[in-house]
Design a binder for this molecule. Structure first.
Ligand SMILES: [Zn+2]
Length: 148
């Protein structure tokens, strides 16, 4: 593992939020990744994202967290996060995983993660990160996206 550069020990205790026992994620990696995102450190976020998408259990946990927190904030997941055809900014890959995981079907969602290519995993993780940044109220905004 590459050593963490000085001043880049990002940590956000998101991994401490209760999670399903069937997703044995790397909680330290998740805490570092969400920490880098909340600190607005693009360098670390990119480096940690590459590790995260190579670990399908941890990616599944990230997706599960994004769905759980969004569901809490909005009282359920809107179709723009689950339907392949509803207008919205969520990547098709995130929607696919959110659909698979509905009803706490985390193992089904994990299986979908494992079938995805690296690029697909990356696009799913990017939407999950945008949602987490938005709903946890981090100051660092997600990268600017084209408006709808
Ligand atoms: Zn950093």
């Amino acid at each position: 593992m590459t050593p963490i550069p000085p001043g880049h020990a990002h940590h956000f205790a998101i991994a401490d939020l209760p999670g399903p026992a069937d997703l044995l994620a790397d909680s330290e990696l998740l805490a570092q990744f969400t920490g880098a995102a909340s600190d607005g450190c693009a360098t670390c976020q990119a480096r940690l994202l590459t590790r995260l998408i190579g670990d399908s259990l941890t990616l599944a946990r990230l997706i599960e967290l994004a769905c759980a927190i969004t569901g809490l904030a909005l009282g359920g997941l809107p179709s723009s996060l689950t339907s392949p055809s509803a207008p919205g900014l969520a990547s098709p890959e995130f929607r696919q995983l959110a659909r698979a995981g509905r009803g706490a079907a985390n193992n089904r969602m994990l299986a979908e993660c494992q079938r995805m290519t690296t690029d697909q995993r990356r696009r799913a993780a990017e939407t999950a990160t945008d949602l987490l940044l938005g709903f946890l109220g981090f100051e660092a905004a997600a990268p600017a996206r084209a408006s709808r």
